[in-house]
Design a protein around this ligand. Structure first.
Ligand code: BT5
Length: 250
């Protein structure tokens, strides 16, 4: 039987506040659009089997064949003085922890918004401010075969299946992801990234790597407690950046 992300399949896997109410379309343009302006309460989610115009950051696209990936948007209402990029890290950490729970492999967070497994990008996060709410979109490659992943991706793509040889029940994964996200979000609301820093720092993919930022070479030092990335530019010069396009050496 093919697994699905329908409310009926997901409900038995929900453990906390997040996941209710649950909007679902078998196909839609983007799950981000289902939630934006919906007026639903915090913790509401939208899922689909396929997006016809899945969104990445900066106008880029997110692609998957129908029924293979975990595609979810979560509506959150953090206080307006909190920094949005931190929330993407909170979500990436939750995805990494859910992936670890399912695969028993170590997953990492690649600043600012990716989740890596065996040096492949298995998930991306997109946090968008809509009115007073934030819609956090998560795309996790689950059951795609190698041929079904984008070939020309900026960071080489992988799926849980290509990296472990096993297929996974997406509804069960979503349940575990939502409880990790709820836990991380509550800690972050209370204590900021500081409260999650042990877990995040231990999964910092770029730490110590040679990278380029917008084409300029640097060494990534670490994700800082305020969510910025610290860079070593050589000649005893360091800098912390809030955003940027990172490429790493393999
Ligand atoms: C992201 O953007 O990584 C954020 C992706 C967020 C997707 C979710 S799915 C649910 C919700 N609804 C949406 O419409 N979006 C969110 P970015 O860092 O800009 O990465 C985009 C780039 O990743 C593309 O330009 C491709 O190179 C590559 N890419 C596209 N599809 C991919 C995939 N399935 N796996 C890995 N890389 C992919």
């Amino acid at each position: 039987m093919k697994d699905t992300l329908s409310p009926g399949a997901v409900a038995p896997h929900l453990r906390g506040r997040f996941g209710k109410p649950h909007l679902y379309e078998t196909e839609c343009e983007s799950t981000q659009l289902l939630l934006a302006g919906s007026g639903l309460p915090e913790g509401a989610i939208a899922t689909t089997e396929h997006q016809t115009r899945g969104r990445g950051r900066l106008g880029r696209s997110w692609e998957e064949p129908s029924g293979s990936a975990l595609l979810v948007s979560v509506l959150l209402a953090p206080s307006p003085d909190r920094r949005l990029p931190e929330l993407s890290l909170v979500a990436a950490l939750a995805v990494a922890e859910a992936v670890e729970g399912a695969t028993e492999l170590a997953a990492q967070v690649k600043w600012p918004n990716d989740v890596m497994l065996n040096r492949r990008k298995v998930a991306g996060i997109l946090s968008e401010l809509v009115d007073a709410s934030v819609v956090v979109g998560i795309g996790l490659n689950v059951n795609q075969s190698r041929d079904e992943l984008p070939r020309d991706a900026l960071t080489e793509a992988g799926s849980l299946r290509t990296l472990t040889g096993t297929t996974y029940d997406r509804a069960a994964l979503l349940g575990s992801l939502l409880s990790q996200l709820e836990r991380g979000y509550d800690i972050w609301r209370q204590d900021g990234l500081d409260g999650l820093y042990g877990e995040l720092g231990a999964r910092d993919f770029l730490r110590g790597r040679r990278i380029t930022v917008g084409g300029e070479p640097a060494t990534a030092v670490q994700i800082l407690r305020d969510g910025r990335l610290e860079l070593d530019l050589g000649a005893h010069q360091t800098r912390a950046i809030e955003s940027g396009e990172i490429r790493f050496e393999r």
